[in-house]
Design a protein around this ligand. Structure first.
Ligand code: ADP
Ligand code: MG
Length: 381
């Protein structure tokens, strides 16, 4: 199975626009890497470059150490599944799975063995005689995967393969995809615009924006320690709250400014930023996840804020509260932008009975605070 390396890979189109810029990334053999980013961020371009359907404008792509820049798509042993995969409607599942092997003129017996194997891996054994029209969306998706995997590719590329399916089915199939990748040990790069899909599926997740890699790492690391305000706001539903702040050290200890209030900063947060002493009194950006807000009576009086509720969403097991806390929020794309006062999102367990317009007292926990510089980059931890 291939280890994939990208070194400064770039793709510039004839019209001068960039698909991918200076992208460096390694995918270990057998790893499932998820690439996530908004629409137009260069995800499909990246896969097309790997598959050899487009040539790079700069940089190097290596499979198992060998440069493949000039290798034809056929010579790369890469399989790809797209969002709009099409099965042959008049063929049975068995014939669909066998098709790529028949094209390669493999021996009949070899084809039968291979098809049986892949069908077993994907749980399609019982369905081999059916036609695509007699399958559910999820089963059809598995056949499409099987047809890609039957050729024993060294690299498996998936471009938003679940976008056409409903939410429940997507959740079900992505669990299956992860299991299949682990079972087959095929190096897989999976592309999606859906950050929930990304963090639930990937061993590691790479976040791209405008063709530029923002951060790559395990989902927990990206969630806890985003490299910049874009990643902070992109991951999570809702994303991280970002607002202008100043950290001070005084008689009351180290404090964080939240809309003019000085909240005590948890020792964990102070310890997480060894450089913080040099930034005291300077403008910074604070990042608090919605779950940093807690019931007021669970914290000391100094950690409470009063805020007006602008909207409430009841999700059954939790409540999302949107708060006007008088903070100046920032544009996550740049860390800057014109002064805005978007509400802060708070996530509380259970049913919180409070109508919009009410003023609410809430606790703010800062143990997991993230701090950013005014340019949007994470403060060095
Ligand atoms: P994604 O898959 O993340 O939605 P794409 O890789 O399809 O993004 O596109 C990345 C950027 O490159 C977009 O701005 C898109 O308009 C541009 N692009 C893609 N293909 C071409 C092309 N053949 N010619 C010019 N621009 C292109
Ligand atoms: Mg795309």
């Amino acid at each position: 199975m291939a280890r994939v390396e990208l070194n400064g890979v770039a793709k510039r189109f004839a019209d001068g626009s960039w698909g991918v810029r200076d992208l460096s990334l390694t995918v270990e053999a057998g790893e499932l890497l998820v690439v996530v980013g908004p629409s137009g961020s260069g995800k499909s371009t990246l896969l097309r470059l790997l598959a050899g359907l487009e040539g790079v404008s700069g940089g190097e792509i290596r499979f198992d150490g060998e440069v493949v820049n000039d290798r034809s798509p056929q010579g790369r042993n890469v399989a790809m599944v797209f969002q709009n995969y099409a099965l042959y409607p008049h063929m049975s599942v068995r014939a669909n799975l066998a098709f790529p092997l028949r094209m390669r003129r493999l021996a009949r017996r070899e084809i039968a063995t291979k098809v049986k194997q892949v069908a077993a891996t994907l749980g399609l054994t019982e369905l081999l005689e059916r036609k695509p029209a007699q399958l559910s969306g999820g089963q059809r998706q598995r056949v499409a995967m099987g047809r890609a995997l039957v050729r024993d590719p060294g690299l498996f590329l998936m471009d938003e393969p679940l976008s056409n399916l409903d939410a429940r089915l997507r959740a079900e199939i992505r669990t299956e995809i992860a299991a299949v990748v682990r079972r087959t040990g095929i190096t897989t790069i999976y592309v999606t615009h859906d950050q929930v899909e990304a963090v639930t599926l990937g061993d590691r997740v790479a976040v791209v924006r405008a063709g530029i890699l923002q951060q790559v790492g395990p989902p927990e690391a990206l969630y806890r320690r985003p490299a910049n305000t874009f990643v902070a706001a992109f991951l999570g539903t809702p994303g991280m709250n970002l607002f202008r702040t100043v950290v001070r050290r005084g008689e009351e200890g180290v404090t964080l400014d939240l809309g003019g209030r000085r909240l005590p900063l948890a020792p964990e947060a102070v310890a997480a930023y060894p450089d913080l002493d040099r930034r005291l009194g300077e403008p910074l950006i604070a990042g608090l996840r919605p779950e940093a807000f807690v019931a007021a009576d669970t914290v000391s009086a100094a950690s409470r804020i009063e805020a007006r509720l602008t909207a409430v969403e009841h999700l059954g097991h939790e409540t999302l509260l949107y708060l006007d806390a008088g903070v100046e929020t920032v544009d996550p794309e740049t860390g800057g932008g014109a002064p805005t006062r978007r509400p802060l999102a708070a996530r509380l367990p259970g049913l919180v009975r409070a109508p919009a317009g009410d003023t609410l007292s809430l606790g703010v926990t800062t143990e997991k605070l993230a701090l950013f510089c005014p340019d949007g980059g994470a403060l060095r931890g």
